[in-house]
Design a protein around this ligand. Structure first.
Ligand code: PLP
Length: 386
């Protein structure tokens, strides 16, 4: 299996290109920022090389037409239909589209609701721009993470403007079911909220089916901006590239307006890579997904056997394991202890929401032997400290 042959030695490139591999000291196994240690699909590499044979002057600002059509086709496969190129706004990557959505769809002092734990730039965008984050913590139930709809209702005030959804969810790996999305859509419509739905992880799913919230009906489509991009699925984060999609062109015009002059323009290599990914990297993706699923299952059985004191629910999607060390004696310093004693670099849970001190996020998109090495290092520390 090609993804088995990765070693820490080769991944820590001597040029210092990789943020993931050069952030922590050399004796630390980095299992944090969300990119994969796997090489990109040969189809993407070839498309980039081929694109470099052409001039790389300014592209059309609205983006490469063939790419736009491919994105439309791809969204259609997920059930989001009725899109034309005018319903797509290319962005330099997805985070700028998160910020633009907050700026365009709310005003300072307004409130935005989001399920937590959540991808931290959601919260950063709100705090940095003087919006108020209202947290709807996911509930840990016997069957998995569930949305607390009762608490959700209680969060609404006259200042609530925006629902920020992450689906599939980073960091829990939840893939929301149709019934949950229908309730969220009904909630948003009843309270006249805008919806930003970050669906960047939509193609990395092991169980369930990705359903774009905007696909649930014309009314919710009119109030939603869906964000997507190539970087999680095809491991092209360093190239950038993202898209804001809405049936409501006024939403896209508002995003474009707040990004004016700072949004940059689409990157020609990223567009070439994205198109090649959608056209020719599907076998590669299938192989990656299968490999990740086995990694996920390996983690599940390892934790069950060797770290039963750690709370963990296997993710239905993403390559992230969300680990609860909050009852460990070192819960207050879980990140530091894992870094300094286990020599494993993880994401500190507290950035995903204020109540997640003692939680850690582990990225398992690497070779199985490195996943195993990281878990063994962590287990040794837990067993020593317990
Ligand atoms: C939900 C989500 N949105 C956005 C991003 C970042 O996207 P980009 O690198 O395209 O800005 C990530 C990265 O992990 C993510 O998990």
């Amino acid at each position: 299996m090609q993804f088995d042959n990765l070693s820490a030695h080769t991944l820590r490139d001597p040029h210092g290109y990789s943020g993931k591999w050069h952030f922590y000291p050399e004796d630390v196994l980095p299992m944090w920022v969300a990119d994969m240690d796997f090489p990109i699909s040969p189809a993407i590499r070839e498309a980039i090389v081929e694109r470099l044979q052409e001039r790389i002057g300014y592209p059309q600002m609205s983006g490469d037409k063939q790419l736009l059509n491919r994105i439309i086709q791809h969204q259609q496969q997920h059930g989001l239909t009725g899109l034309a190129p005018e319903n797509l706004l290319l962005t330099t990557s997805v985070v700028p589209a998160i910020y633009a959505s907050v700026l365009a769809l709310s005003s300072p002092g307004d409130e935005a609701i989001t399920q937590v734990p959540v991808y931290h730039p959601f919260l950063f965008a709100l705090h940095e721009h003087h919006r108020v984050a209202r947290y709807n913590p996911l509930l840990r139930t016997a069957s998995g993470w569930e949305i607390d709809f009762e608490q959700l209702e209680s969060l609404v005030t006259p200042r609530t403007r925006l629902l920020m959804l992450c689906n599939p969810q980073n960091p829990t790996g939840r893939v929301f079911r149709r019934d949950e999305l229908e309730r969220l859509a009904e909630f948003a419509l009843r309270h006249r909220l805008w919806v930003m739905s970050d669906e960047l992880w939509a193609d990395l799913i092991y169980e369930g089916k990705h359903i774009p919230i905007a696909s649930l009906g014309p009314e919710i489509a009119q109030r939603t901006v869906t964000l997507s991009g190539p970087c999680k699925t095809y491991n092209t984060a360093g190239l950038g590239g993202g898209v804001a999609i809405s049936h409501n062109r006024q939403i896209l015009a508002a995003l474009a307006q707040v990004s004016k002059g700072i949004g940059g323009h689409p990157n020609v290599l990223s567009m070439a890579a994205w198109r090649a990914a959608l056209e020719h990297a599907q076998d590669w993706l299938q192989e990656v997904r299968a490999y990740l699923k086995v990694n996920r299952d390996f983690i599940t059985s390892f934790i069950h056997q060797h770290l039963p004191q750690v709370g963990y629910l296997p993710p239905e999607g993403t390559y992230l394991a969300w680990l609860d060390f909050s009852r460990a004696p070192f819960a207050q310093d879980a990140h530091k202890v894992m870094l300094e004693q286990a020599k494993v670099g993880l994401n500190d849970g507290k950035i995903f929401g204020p109540q997640y001190q003692g939680w850690l996020r582990l990225n398992f998109a690497t070779s199985r032997n490195l996943v195993q090495e990281a878990l063994e290092r962590m287990a040794r520390v837990v067993q020593t400290v317990d």
